[in-house]
Structure formats: C-alpha cells, structure tokens
Design a binder for this molecule. Structure first.
Ligand SMILES: [Zn+2]
Length: 296
C-alpha cells in the first residue's frame, strides 16, 4: 500500500482537492479509529455522491486494517459500510479485480502517476478488499445483537408497525454485495435503502417506472408511470409485478433474501421475489424484467 509519508499523496485527488488533506486525516485516524467525527471528515473527502478518487483507493487499505483491528463494533460497522460504498462507486473495467484499470486513475484532473505509485495503490486496495470481505459475519453479528432475529415477514406484509425493522441492515447487505463483486445489487440497495420504493426505466421503451409496494400488501410491488407521491390516485397507470418463485431467483438475490431476513431488513426481504419478477409496462405493453428496469 502507499506509505503514509509518501510524497505521492499530494498528487492524488479527493472530492475537494489533492490527497494531502486526506492523508493528514488518515494519519490521525490510524491511532483514533473510534473517533466518529474524524472518520466522517475523511469519508467526505473520499466519497462524494457515489464517486471515489485516487486518494480513496490509496486510503482504503488503511481503513480495512482499522476495521479488522478495532474492538469497537460501531467503528467496525461504519468502516465496513463506508468501504463497501466506495467499492460500489469505483469505475472498474471489465475485470473488476484489475484495480489498475479503474477509471479514477484516468480522470481529467488526476495528474499522471508514476507506475510504482499506481502499483502500490493497486496492491494495497486489493488486499484491503480481501480483508474487508472476511468481516461480514463480525459486522452483521454486532448488528444482530441489537435487533430481534425473529421479526416475521407476515406482520410486515400486513402493514403492522415495523418496529423490528433494522435500518442499518440494507447498508450492511450493500457492502457485502460490493465486496462479493455484485455491484448491481450493491448500487440498487444504496440507491433505495428504504428497501421498498424503487425507481427505474422500462427496458423496452425507457419510460420512467416507479416500483412501490401495493397499499396494504407490502409483498406485492406495483409499477406506476408517475411518482406515487405526486400522482393523482384515480387515474394513474399501473401494473402489478408478477413475483418469481423463491427457488428461481438469481443467485445473488437468493443470498440477499436469506441475509435480509436474518439481519432484519424485512421490507427488503419480502420484496425480493418481485425485484426479480416480470411486469407489463403500462406505457408500451411489453412484458419485461423488473430487475432489468431497476439496474439497467
Ligand atoms: Zn415500456
């Protein structure tokens, strides 16, 4: 990994300037990982609206090492989620693990870096990813302690109070998906962390889709052509999503369904068969994949 005293940091970029400020914060954080404010200050430089930078790539292995060694569970969860968010924002090439091909190295305001600097960053980032991917059970285990595992999907589906919903679970699941290379899943979860109100576009005619739960039946998703918040209720076009059977779910969603239930992301858990389902586009009448509409 790129050493903390390497002068190359000043040639890296962050959301707001060069990497110098980032590495100064990082040096402080190495001995104070539990300082939530300091972490936040650094994250703001490294991750901005789902975009990351070369300083992010260089800093990530240090964050991974902190996540691995901290005894403070909240710090672990925070670092685990933040680094997963960073990975899901990385502009990777055809081979996700070919870190050197990441678009962050080729941005306009990124000065050309010496090969050995790139090699250090690339090697560090790869090791960081590897370390983080092993921390899921530890991060999730902490989260489970604070949340009842027994929350039953039926009470959610019937619209009963969702006081056992775990608001952090979707972020944990997104990070896990990012480390597993399931970037579409990670991005979908990070874009729609409530786990029930999605938007996308018809893969056939590109019309906007709003995919929301049916009123009073959270397990059923409905495609609307207008934002359900603002649309007139009486005359809006809609189509009910035909959910797929649990055993036919694509592999990454089968795993997600299992983990969402376990971690207490119940709203997400009950909608997963619909996320992989089919619907007739109210605009063009084509029968299309909901998944393609949401991640396409
Ligand atoms: Zn359409």
């Amino acid at each position: 990994m790129l050493k903390l005293n390497d002068p190359a940091w000043s040639r890296l970029t962050t959301a707001y300037g060069d990497g110098e400020e980032a590495v100064q914060l990082l040096r402080r954080l190495v001995t104070a990982a539990e300082d939530a404010e300091l972490r936040q200050e650094l994250f703001e430089l490294l991750l901005h609206q789902d975009t990351i930078y070369t300083a992010t790539l260089a800093a990530m292995p240090y964050l991974a090492a902190m996540a691995e060694t901290t005894e403070h569970t909240e710090t672990l969860v925070d670092l685990y989620i933040a680094c997963g968010w960073m990975e899901s924002g990385r502009e990777h090439g055809a081979d996700r693990l070919d870190i050197a091909s990441s678009g962050e190295f080729r941005r306009e305001r990124q000065p050309k870096l010496p090969d050995e600097t790139i090699a250090s960053i690339v090697e560090g980032y790869r090791i960081g990813l590897e370390r983080l991917s092993h921390l899921y059970e530890q991060a999730a285990g902490f989260d489970l302690k604070g949340n009842k595992q027994s929350g039953d999907a039926a009470s959610i589906a019937s619209g009963e109070p969702e006081d056992n919903e775990n608001p952090e679970a979707v972020y944990l699941l997104a990070a896990q998906a990012a480390y597993a290379g399931e970037i579409e899943v990670a991005r979908l979860l990070l874009n729609f962390p409530e786990g029930d109100e999605y938007s996308g576009a018809c893969p056939s005619c590109q019309a906007d889709w709003y995919v929301w739960p049916k009123e009073g039946d959270a397990e059923v998703l409905v495609v609307y052509m207008d934002d359900p918040v603002t649309a007139q209720k009486e005359n809006r076009d809609s189509a009910v999503v035909q959910a797929i059977s649990a055993t036919s779910l694509r592999a990454e969603l089968q795993k997600l369904a299992h983990e969402a239930g376990r971690l207490g992301a119940h709203r997400l858990a009950v909608t997963i068969p619909s996320l992989d389902g089919q619907a007739t586009c109210p605009e063009c009448g084509s029968e299309v994949s909901v998944w393609a509409a949401l991640v396409g």
